[in-house]
Design a protein around this ligand. Structure first.
Ligand code: FAD
Ligand code: PYC
Length: 405
């Protein structure tokens, strides 16, 4: 059928770089494109370029398993992720682009006493912050997700589950495309296939622009939102980042009729699963155990994950898998993001979202735009500084990150 599709109007032009911009954003993932959109729409800053080394949305935005939730432990995180959830609510209308946001509920399975205690602690903390999260018995979990095996003889017995009903999934590509179109319509240049090779600073230390595969491009301000490559890009400006980059893998099955009504995460056995609107089971792993810039990852992780899924959902034992892939995630020591100013005047950074930044996309983008426009953080992202790794004021979300690191 695609052969008949000709002369479609592109949704955004493939821009050529100008000599100078007010703001350059390095990285055309959902976060970078969203920041450009909010800079233009909410702050009236339209002389902006978003530059990507590949195609827009081709990084982690287009590779993730799209789980959206806000059930983190600390007050700072609750504010940030719930801000994102509030923006997800109206995002399709905001962008006039269907991002297929589906609040089907995220169930986190408890398989041992430690899980039970940890999840109940999260539920109580979440309630104090007005974040919905409920404890379910094994029977209630099965009612919510019928394919779940809760038998006592199961290899990973289900001792209960934490359910965030407001949580769910969205269509990752649509998020990138919607923000790209919205930003482009407001005058933002989107420059693809153009690696940024260095950040340049003037004699006073202030940012002056970026070196790229297409030459130098001047900028008054530069925001780096380059996920797995942040430390490399920031290093060129003389800023050492507390980040490690790991492959994180996912895979999908052949498509089947609707069978799986929600999202299930089993942190203890390193697996999570949902069903896409195309019918594929979308399955993900913990990170590979070594640092790497490979966008593939190792097969043993996938085997481990699929084995765990088959134990928890024996109904899927004979499903065939279609394809697998990897992304590169940038992980901070406290598993929380860094979003704010840097020691370099005019240079801003948004990174360290690790295995969990898709859910934050609208919120992170909104906060990055605010910080760049006003040269100061919003109250919501103010705690997510680079300095916290020197002061020790960490936001330790290792448990809520939920994906094995
Ligand atoms: P990206 O989309 O990666 O964008 C960064 C962009 O920077 C890329 O397009 C890249 O090409 C570009 N770039 C890098 N270096 C340069 C350079 N030198 N010059 C120019 N451009 C450059 N999060 C969740 O919340 N829920 C999930 O279910 C979930 N599942 C995941 C599953 C997998 C397999 C992976 C890999 C990640 C998952 N994540 C999940 C994490 C989530 O995908 C990321 O945190 C989020 O998408 C980051 O968005 P971003 O826009 O910052 O990064
Ligand atoms: O952060 O919810 C998450 C997540 C799920 C899968 C990968 N990350």
């Amino acid at each position: 059928a695609l052969t008949g599709h000709k002369n479609w109007e592109p949704q955004w032009p493939d821009s050529q770089p100008k000599a100078e911009y007010d703001v350059i954003i390095v990285g055309a993932g959902g976060h970078g494109l969203g920041a450009a959109y909010y800079l233009a729409k909410e702050h009236g800053i339209t002389n902006v370029a978003v530059i990507d080394k590949g195609w827009l949305g081709g990084g982690n935005t287009g590779r993730n398993t799209t789980i959206i939730r806000s059930n983190y432990l600390y007050d700072e995180s609750a504010r940030l992720y719930d801000h994102a959830l509030d923006l997800w609510d109206g995002l399709s209308q905001e962008l006039n682009y269907n991002v297929m946001y589906s609040q089907r509920g995220v169930l986190m399975l408890a398989h041992n006493v430690h899980d039970v205690q940890s999840f109940k602690r999260h539920i109580h903390a979440n309630r104090l912050n007005g974040v919905d999260n409920t404890w379910l018995t094994p029977q209630e979990a099965k009612e919510f997700c019928p394919p779940l095996d809760i038998s006592a003889s199961a290899r990973f017995p289900v001792m209960g589950a934490a359910l965030q009903r407001r949580a769910g999934t969205a269509r990752h590509d649509a998020v990138a495309w919607g923000y790209a179109r919205g930003a482009s319509m407001r005058g933002v240049d989107i420059i693809q296939n153009c690696p940024v090779t260095a950040i340049r600073r003037g004699p006073d230390g202030r940012v002056t622009g970026v070196e790229t595969a297409r030459g130098f491009i001047g900028a008054k301000k530069v925001a780096v939102s380059a996920a797995g490559h942040t430390s490399v890009v920031m290093d060129s400006a003389g800023v050492r980042m507390p980040l490690e980059s790991y492959p994180l893998q996912a895979l999908v099955s052949e498509p089947v009729k609707p069978i799986f009504p929600c999202v299930v995460m089993s942190n203890t056995v390193h697996a999570y699963i949902s069903q896409s609107d195309k019918g594929e089971l979308v399955i993900g792993s913990g990170t590979d155990q070594y640092t790497s810039y490979s966008q593939r990852g190792g097969l043993p992780l996938i085997e481990h994950t699929v084995a765990a899924i088959c134990e928890i959902f024996p109904i899927f034992n004979r499903m065939r898998m279609l394809r697998k892939w990897g992304g590169i995630v940038d992980v901070t020591p406290d598993r929380s993001a860094i979003l704010g100013k840097t020691p370099v005047p005019g240079l801003y950074v948004n990174c360290g979202w690790g295995t969990g930044g898709f859910k934050a996309t609208p919120g992170a983008a909104h906060m990055l735009a605010w910080t760049v426009a006003k040269d100061e953080p919003h109250a919501i992202n103010a705690p997510f500084t680079l300095e916290r790794f020197a002061t020790g004021r960490l936001i330790d979300e290792a448990a809520a990150a939920a994906v094995a690191h």
